[in-house]
Design a protein around this ligand. Structure first.
Ligand code: HSE
Length: 437
């Protein structure tokens, strides 16, 4: 075994927040202290943990606990790790840390998706590091590959399942045929969904992650407000059954795409919505609370990242990885990657984004009905890829899958079809992803 070099001056760490993730960060810092020292080249010393209620944290040595987060940041610390979540006070605290030249490691997706630019500017002004691997897809190493490993390539698409709660619900609906409401209730009882599931089921959590992924992939500042967002509350058992019948599965996808128009002009589209994907697609096999992200780049081709996207220990793994990176940078006197937003591409509105629709209808089964429905698609310049019809007495079930068209044209087509007297019911409308258009 090679001899270990004597360790340098300790890297002093402040931890802000000590919930599920913070507790695991404290545990790993303690249990792996010797290995971390060897990997960093200096001891990584936890010097304070800022919490709201110190008496609730028996797992942390009492002398480390404080309620004064600002004072802790202001003290002799090198690195600030933030696992509080939410915008304030995290924003103010991290800006103070960065302005004072302290490296920051954060798991805070909402803050980065809304105020990432401001944080990066503060980091640049003082030359501090800002790392945030844990903010997207928990334990999965994804942001470092986008930020560093693929920095020489041209990413064209990032498409993933980045919310475990909604993936658990959709997987369960697919397995049992149950309704969204029943499945959400079960997920809440099992602890997979929060008591207030809004951030997950309405797609806010996934939209924040999509904004971060798009910013890194396309070297462009994208905020949560730029992301088209639809949650899973309107996904019905009929949608899931319709997908099954066509060999597809319903997933809540975060999709970040580089769009090139006829003149070669570039833009990005960033969206979160439920979509049907073929069961043969690698993302279709991602079940339960797992996350997976599919990245396409011009030279690298297709890459898939898969693993646990939430939970104390998995998320703490990503935090510790960042902590080692920023600590190493401090030991050698260097800096990690800065913000890269030079491309400054515009974000295309959802209406102008090319998508494909699956439409399932109950129609009257008589001559001319199919022609009437097809005429509405033609009127909106939407080309039909697949039509399936099955008679059921006086009615028929009609399934139409379109080729790629502007989302607004597809939406108008569905609106008009819903008003046709021959259409008894629009059973299911969903976008189709992951196959040739
Ligand atoms: N609530 C998230 C999820 C994990 O269900 O995946 C944290 O982003």
């Amino acid at each position: 075994m090679s001899e270990r070099k004597p360790a340098g001056r300790p890297v002093r760490v402040a931890l802000l927040g000590c919930g599920t993730v913070g507790t695991e960060v404290v545990r790993l810092l303690h249990e792996q202290a010797d290995d971390l020292t060897a990997r960093v080249g200096a001891p990584v010393e936890l010097v304070g943990v800022a919490v709201r209620r110190p008496n609730k944290h028996r797992e942390v040595p009492a002398e480390l606990l404080t309620t004064d987060a600002a004072g802790l940041i202001d003290s002799d610390v090198d690195v600030v790790v933030e696992v509080i979540g939410g915008i304030e006070p995290a924003r103010t605290l991290l800006l103070a840390a960065l302005r004072a030249g302290k490296s920051v490691v954060t798991a805070n997706k909402a803050l980065l998706a809304e105020h990432g630019g401001e944080l990066f500017e503060a980091a640049d002004a003082s030359g501090a590091d800002l790392y945030f691997e844990a903010a997207v897809a928990g334990a999965i190493p994804l942001l470092r590959p986008l930020r560093e490993s693929l920095a020489g390539d041209r990413i064209t698409r990032v498409m993933g399942i980045v919310n475990g709660t909604t993936n658990f619900i959709l997987s369960a609906m697919d397995g049992t045929g149950a309704s969204y409401a029943e499945t959400l209730e079960e997920a809440t009882q099992l602890g997979y969904a929060e008591a207030d599931p809004t951030a997950d089921v309405d797609g806010f959590d996934a939209a924040a992650k999509a904004a971060i992924l798009a910013s890194l992939a396309f070297h462009t500042r994208v905020t949560a407000a730029d992301v088209h967002r639809e949650g899973i509350a309107s996904v019905t058992a009929a949608d899931v059954a319709a997908a099954r019948e066509l060999g597809r599965a319903v997933k809540l996808l975060a999709i970040c795409e580089r769009e090139v128009d006829e003149t070669g002009g570039e833009a990005v589209s960033v969206r979160v919505h439920p979509a049907m994907i073929p069961r043969s697609h690698p993302l279709a096999g991602v079940n339960g609370a797992f996350n997976a992200v599919f990245v396409e780049a011009e030279a690298a081709g297709q890459l898939m990242f898969y693993g646990q996207g939430a939970g104390g220990a998995p998320t703490a793994s990503a935090v510790l990885g960042d902590l080692v990176a920023v600590a190493r940078n401090r030991v050698v006197g260097g800096r990690g990657p800065r913000e890269s937003a030079y491309a400054d591409l515009s974000v295309r509105p959802m209406g102008q984004t090319p998508t494909r629709y699956h439409v399932s209808l109950d129609v009257a089964d008589r001559s001319g009905v199919l022609a009437q429905v097809a005429a509405v698609f033609a009127e909106h310049d939407v080309s039909i890829a697949v039509v399936r019809q099955q008679g059921r007495g006086e009615d028929a079930s009609l399934v139409v899958v379109t080729h790629s068209a502007q989302d607004s044209a597809l939406q108008s087509t569905v609106d008009k079809i819903a008003g046709l007297p021959v259409v008894r019911e629009v059973v299911s409308v969903m976008r189709v992803e992951g196959e040739e258009s």
